[in-house]
Design a protein around this ligand. Sequence first.
Ligand code: 5GP
Length: 237
Amino acid sequence: MEKREELYAGKAKSVYYTDDADKLILHYRNDTSAFDGAKIEQLDRKGEINNKFSAFIMEKLEAAGVPTHHEGLLSAEESLVKKLDMFPIECVVRNIATGSITKRLGVEDGISLNPPTFEFFLKNDELHDPMINEYHIRSFGWADDEAIEKMKELTFKVNDVLTKLFDDVGLLLVDYKLEFGRFQGQIYLGDEFTPDGCRLWDVETRKKLDKDRFRQGLGGVVEAYEEVAHRIGVDLT
Ligand code: 5GP
């Protein structure tokens, strides 16, 4: 697989064309950002940990019947993926109320949500990723009915698979953000699944083991990601 020119540089990953028009290379960098890019730092080894972490999770999801863009690891910090046509939408499921929902709705931090709740956000840093609903998605043509239903179905299926996977190693999957795209007419899970885009708390101590450590200046960010990776069995060698 030949790496060609850069297609796009996001806040934590760079995306490259390859000699196959249907495949892209994702390069996970050490850059760590929060508050829509207002806070950015380099965290040693984060790119490698996130690359291997996301590959591990995508393989588990694929095995459970969730179609993902993941094709395989190429190097410590790079993966090969299908070139999806991405929806400009973020799908969030919350099992515990924390973060933006507590400010938006004035609900208590840390309460369990039964059933879990689901939210759509528009991917737009300048607008700080505003929350949107299905009518917005349809009216502005960001996705059609079928894609909306599929994104919801797959996001909840991911919840079934991953709440169990993390629970088995003493971790609470508090919430997470997924992004989807279309490839040859089918909807696939794209982007990444790493502690950059989800919240994970130790079930006993409720210690935060995700990007909230960075957002809140708690320190030990990479150590926390490594701990989660070790607990679930990601090979970081
Ligand atoms: P909240 O809406 O509480 O800020 O975030 C809910 C969940 O989605 C958290 O796990 C958070 O990490 C993730 N999330 C929401 N928006 C983004 C985003 O733009 N980038 C990343 N990396 N994660 C996000």
